[in-house]
Every structure is written in structure tokens, then in C-alpha cells.
Design a protein around this ligand. Sequence first.
Ligand SMILES: *Cc1c(COP(=O)(O)O)cnc(C)c1O
Length: 477
Amino acid sequence: MINRLNKLEQISNKLEGSVALRKDWNRAVLNYAGDFLQKVNETNTFNLFEEDDILKINFDISENSVPVDDVIQQIKQDIDKPGLNPASGGHLAYIPGGGVFPTALGDYLAAVFNKYAGIYYAGPGVVKLENTLIRWMCEIIGFPKNALGNLTSGGSVATLIAVATARDVKKITSKNITKSVIYITEQAHHSVNKAIRISGLNEALIKYIPMDGNFRMNTVNLEKQVHNDKLTGLNPFLIISSAGTTDTGAIDPMEKISEIAKKNNIWHHVDAAYGGFFILLENYKNKFKGIEMADSVTIDPHKGLFLAYGTGAVLIKDVNALNQTHRYQANYMQDVVETVAEPSPADLSPELTKHFRGLRMWMPLRLFGLKPFKAALEEKILLTHYFYNEIQKLGFETGPFPDLSVMIYRYVPKNTDANSFNLMLIDEVKKDGRVFLSSTKINGVIWLRLAVLSFRTHLRTIDTALEVLNSLIMKFS
Ligand SMILES: *Cc1c(COP(=O)(O)O)cnc(C)c1O
């Protein structure tokens, strides 16, 4: 046995590597990252690919080690190249963000020292850091000092946590679920419907509240609907509004919605995954009035703080409620010292062992300070206003004047079907590759979207987008 152990140690020690090996790996990774960043503004935003080529890719692992340069080469060829380059400023589709570099440094260190981020007792500094970031987000949206929440993998999980908590606070069970009502609009993000289903609320009644001409929830309709539902013996328990919808960036009237929620004892969740961080701008704060009255909020640092993908957040006023839904008990956890200093993420989320997400968020905020973040956010709004004006000059029709940095527009050709024409434009933009745009369908009408939220998107990027669209109109209309 001792012989075998010695032999095994010899082989397993390879997992530690050596100073020289680590140096070599660092060199290869840093060179590649440096090269990528150097060229990020010159390379295509979208690279068309053949499915056949993807089918041929071989990511298989084997018993043997592979030199780092071969690994990097494959990452470059098979992962980095095909499809969308979300780090590019030309990414103007869905909701971009970019991925500020210090996110990578935070992830790197978090992985090297592998601090335990689930429980205060194991990593008090880790948990304090994450809670400080959560409290900072609570503060900027106007939540009280004792509010908290959780750093999640993204907005979808954040909303799931909020919906499950609302379900328990409002005591929705098999006994009353079919009479219980959730209020949203057609413009709610699909992650909301997903959260409702995953949290076992599929049998609840979902009522879609009509919207005004700017795609904002109509609160007169909301109030009437809640009133009628109560009269007919139903149980209104949850309203989910949006502070920045994905389709058009519309902000629901949160103050009025919060009032209706309070008056009727309904949980109000605000999906601010996309729009939330614009509240940092003094000039735009009033658009978010009433968000501070909500019970819970979803906000995505991997959108409005331009972090690389992997960090969302849920903010909740009633931390006790959050804990009640996510509490656990296990004999093998009995040595964990109970503490009141800082609540642990494991007590406030579905996760136990988790990624130390705080560092990837804190490092950029710390290294840059808030100033350039705010400047970038304001820049994105003004770029969208600029595009709104310029695209009309090219003969496009526009949707409502944008609340934030997302807007819709479309070209209506004289002789062909507008919907298929605009879908064709999207395909052609993809083939061109310089910028990347996406479309949506609202009441049967196809609209093109512009979503400006990458920190790398600047005036020249928007001019390129206009140039691409203009040349397509010249060619096809
Ligand atoms: C992006 C987005 C979500 C989903 O968040 P993920 O981080 O992608 O999971 C939810 N709501 C809105 C409004 C969004 O823009």
C-alpha cells in the first residue's frame, strides 16, 4: 500500500504543476488575452459559421496532457472565432455589456485561492465583501439599510429567488394556488415566466395587464383588474414590473404600481436586470421613482456594470423572508458557527458551495472607481438618442423615444412585405459582421432593436451601424 501511495502521489502531484509550468501557462494565457484585447475593436462582431464545421470540432479529453499552446490554439479557433463576439462594441443586440478586464482578474484570484464563499464562518472577508456589494446596490435603488439579497449567476436566477420568496411570504400552496393571481405585461422578460414555472406557480392565474403606447404597464387597468379579482374571490399576490424592458427599454410606472401593491398587500418585484444601474445617473434617477417601494428587485452587474457574464443580483427588503425560503438543515453542517455579524449566502439562496462572485465585481469597481461607469452609462443613453434621430433620416420608422438605451425601428419598403424585409436586413447585417443587431416581434410587427450597453460602444460604432443599414437599404429597397 505504501508503495502504491508513493506512486500515486508522484502522478497526482502533477496537479500542482511547477513554477516553470505555471509561468509557461500564464505566458500563453496572458499573450492570448492581450492579443484579443488589442484587436477587439478591429475584429468582426459576428462570424458566420457552418454547422458542419462545429460538428467536426473535437473537444474530447484523454488520459494524457496537452501542451498549453495547443490548447490556446484550439480556444482561438473553435471557441473564440465562430458566432458572436460579445466583447465587441459592435454587439448591439439582445442586451450586451462587454466584459471589463478586471472581471477576469477577480475570477483569476478567486479561482487561485478558492476561498469558500457560501458561509461566513469559512470566509468572513469573502461574505462581508459580497454583502457590502449587495448593500451598495440596495442603497443606490433606495432600499433601507437592513435590506440584503444575493449575488447570483445572472438575472434569471435572481428573479427565481424573488418569486419563490414571494410565493412563501404570501403563503401560496396547493390549497389556494388556482385562485392566486400574478400580474405582468406582455413585455415582461421570458425569465419571469420561467421563474413562475420553476417555482411551482404554473397553476396560478397569470394576468397580462395592457400597456400604454410606450409599452409601459397601464396602472389604471392594473388597479381595476386587482379590484375585480378581489371581488370575485381571487387572491392577488404578485406584481412583476420592469425597469427597462428587453424589447424597448420601457420603464413601468413603479411608483403607482408600488402603491397599488401596498394597498392590496401584494408583493411587488421589479425586474431591473437591464435598466437598474442607470439609476446611478442623477439626471435619470426620477425615471426609477417608486423602485424603492418594491419588495424585491433583480439587477444585473453583467449588464449595466459591464462585467463579463456571470453576475446578477437579487435585492430583497425582507431578509427574513429570503431566509425562510432558502433555509436548510443538515447534520454534516453542525460545526458551522452561527453568526449574527453577516448573513451567509448559503442561507439566502439555493446555492451552498458557490463561485466567489464578489471579487469579479469588486475589483473593477475598486480599480476604476464609479466615475467611468457613470460616464459610460450616460454615453449609452445619448448614443441611443443620436441613433434615434439619425435612423429616421435614413427613412426608417422608429418606435417610442427610448427611456434608456434600447429602442426599436424598422424599414417599411414600398413594394414588399415589411416584416420579411426587416428579417432579411438582420440576416444581411450578420453576413456583413461589423455590427450585430437583433429583432423582435410586437403585436405581429417585426422591429429591429438597437441595444447600446457595451462599454466599448462609442459614436463611431453607432456610425458604423448606420452605415451598414444605409448600404443595405440602398442595395435592397
Ligand atoms: C437580461 C434580462 C433578464 C435575464 O437576465 P440574465 O442575466 O440573462 O439571466 C431578465 N430581465 C431583463 C429585463 C433582462 O434584460
